[in-house]
Ligand binder design. Structure first.
Ligand code: PGA
Length: 265
């Protein structure tokens, strides 16, 4: 069992200097956790700064074993005339080992389609060294109209369409983030998530088999995760980790979450 995955999604909230300051504070805190628990790693922490802060934050993270960095997005071509986009090659060069794909803010604000998301998932999956973190989630309207499962199915299966015919042999992460829970202070419940995870795992097992899904797929939760509720999701083993936005923007807030998880594994 890998340790719980805690991903800090800083979105577009911090400058480079602010990102470095926060990364330093988190690194200090994780460094001291690591010393007292030398024999096992209690959480795998991934910082997701903006593109421009990735290089500097990766250098800070590289000093602590449990810390690594990822990117909030990427493009699906290796190189070329794609103004404003960022290549996976560059992200790898800067030290990114994870990349978020299809966050609901990108789906909504950048009109990112399931097709664009599929291309990104396939491109990143072929790199081997960067783990794709596919974000899926339903809106409040879709939830109340009973369309939740069909929306999640569509998002999940369309993203993995090109990969479902071949055996799974690399790590993938799925972040279940109900849109109505993101930044609202109202999270999903653990039992609700457990039902959704069973459903999602079933869909993946149909394609890849139970063994491969157990070995390579992690499902994490995102949406108003805080120190107060992290134990419901991660510590009790409902989720394999969490994607944390607002509560990852201060060192005391994020470190309190890390500590809760570390104390429980
Ligand atoms: P939140 O954001 O923790 O602020 O709800 C989560 C996310 O958007 O990844």
């Amino acid at each position: 069992m890998p340790p719980p995955l805690l991903m800090a999604n800083w979105k577009m909230n911090l400058t480079v200097a602010e990102s470095c300051k926060l990364a330093h504070a988190i690194a200090r805190s994780c460094g001291s956790c690591g010393k007292s628990r030398e024999s096992r790693q209690s959480a795998q922490i991934v910082l997701l700064p903006s593109f421009t802060a990735l290089d500097a934050v990766a250098r800070i993270a590289s000093r602590v074993k449990t810390l690594s960095v990822g990117s909030q997005d990427c493009f699906w071509e290796e190189r070329g005339a794609f103004t404003g986009e960022e290549s996976v090659r560059t992200l790898q060069e800067l030290g990114a080992t994870f990349v978020l794909i299809g966050h609901s803010e990108r789906r909504q604000l950048q009109n990112e389609s399931n097709e664009a998301i599929r291309k990104k998932v396939e491109f990143v999956s072929n790199t081997k060294t960067v783990t794709p973190v596919l974000c899926i989630g339903e809106s409040h309207a879709q939830k109340v109209s009973g369309k939740r499962k069909s929306i999640l199915q569509q998002q999940l299966l369309s993203a993995f369409k090109g990969l479902l015919q071949t055996p799974l042999s690399r790590e993938i992460v799925i972040a279940y983030e109900p849109i109505w829970a993101i930044g609202t202070g109202v999270s999903a419940t653990a039992s609700d998530c457990a039902t959704i995870y069973t459903y999602l795992r079933g869909l993946l097992e149909n394609a890849w088999g139970m063994d491969a899904v157990n070995r390579y797929c992690r499902i994490i939760y995102g949406g108003s995760v805080s120190e107060a509720n992290i134990a419901d999701f991660v510590a009790k083993g409902v989720s394999d980790g969490a994607l944390i936005g607002g509560a990852s923007l201060t060192a005391p807030g994020f470190c309190a979450i890390i500590k809760r998880v570390s104390n429980s594994v």
